[in-house]
Design a protein around this ligand. Structure first.
Ligand SMILES: [Zn+2]
Length: 324
């Protein structure tokens, strides 16, 4: 594996990453989840420590621009706990940004320069850099803003080699998203399709894997909608069909009412405590270790170029960015 994984504490070798939860949130504030803010550094640190203790050694912080991300606090938590964290830039789907004065109003070229600076200089006037790009679409829909973000993300991925995550609403429009990114220069093998397991269709997943895309499974512990067994069945069929090299596992717990450290449950540790043992029992150690360790390291590896000009002075690290 060539390249590095860009974490909030700096670049590391891909094989130093270890078992990785490909999608969580230490901080997130969005009008789509009222009352579910993740905004307490001590509580988020405790939850990160629980994830580490459960068997993960790395996670992706999947909160992009404008949704209460706090890169400095994430870096402190990573330093304090020893959990590797790869932070996201880019934008979520449009519905997360209602009202005026939103980053969704930025032009394509402003989005490009902002995301590029987040990857190569630092996020929100800090020296903490993002290690991947994010875009999002609606349920079988991608409006003008979402297409512009996809285009900017795709172009930047082509330019830098950075990995990409795309939020799929209910797992829809996966092929179309890969087509749009490809048109912008980003090949499918740089892309993780988040929530693709909301449409647990192993035939479709094998098609997407054959195009090179990563399949983000992050829907465990949601049995008011579907039992974990359904995800396990789908995952096992994908492995049996030769798609194991493209699977990623995450929790995407994302709500304070489900974080143990915020007083809820089941918490970030559920994935490794409860779900991964069932994956292991179902598809064996070799496939499971590939899914947890080898695949995320390959997906998250790239070769960052030098920072563009106007790099902020080292040490000129500013306060955390709160949503305002
Ligand atoms: Zn998420």
């Amino acid at each position: 594996m060539t390249g590095v994984v860009r974490t909030v504490l700096g670049d590391i070798a891909p094989d130093a990453l270890g078992p990785t939860d490909y999608h969580e949130h230490l901080f997130q504030v969005t009008p789509l989840l009222p009352g579910e803010d993740l905004d307490d550094e001590d509580a988020s640190r405790a939850e990160a420590a629980a994830l580490l203790a459960s068997g993960a050694s790395a996670m992706v912080e999947a909160t992009p621009t404008g949704l209460g991300r706090r890169p400095q606090a994430v870096a402190r938590i990573s330093r304090d706990t020893g959990l590797h964290v790869v932070h996201t830039t880019g934008l979520h789907r449009h519905a997360h940004y209602p009202g005026p004065h939103q980053p969704t109003e930025l032009s394509r070229s402003d989005l490009l320069s902002r995301f590029r600076a987040d990857l190569l200089v630092g996020m929100d006037d800090t020296a903490v850099r993002a290690g991947l790009l994010k875009a999002g679409v609606g349920y079988w829909s991608a409006d003008e803003v979402e297409r512009t973000v996809l285009d900017a993300v795709g172009q930047l991925a082509a330019e830098t080699g950075a990995p990409v995550m795309v939020h799929l609403e209910h797992g829809s429009a996966a092929h179309k998203v890969l087509d749009l990114l490809d048109e912008s220069g980003c090949p499918p093998d740089r892309v993780a399709l988040a929530h693709v397991d909301r449409n647990p269709d192993p035939g479709l997943h094998l098609e997407l894997a054959a195009r090179g895309a990563y399949l983000g499974y992050d829907g465990a512990a949601r049995h008011q909608r579907w039992p974990d067994s359904m995800l396990l069945d789908c995952l096992a069929e994908v492995v049996a069909g030769g798609g194991g090299r493209r699977l990623l596992l995450g929790g995407d717990v994302a709500r304070r009412s489900r974080y143990v450290s915020y007083g809820g449950m089941p918490g970030l540790a559920y994935l490794f405590d409860r779900f991964v043992p069932r994956v292991r029992a179902r598809v064996g150690d070799e496939a499971t270790d590939q899914i947890l360790t080898e695949n995320p390291a390959r997906w998250l590896s790239w070769e960052p170029g030098p920072a563009p000009r106007h790099r902020p002075e080292k040490g000129s690290v500013v306060h955390d960015q709160h949503r305002g």
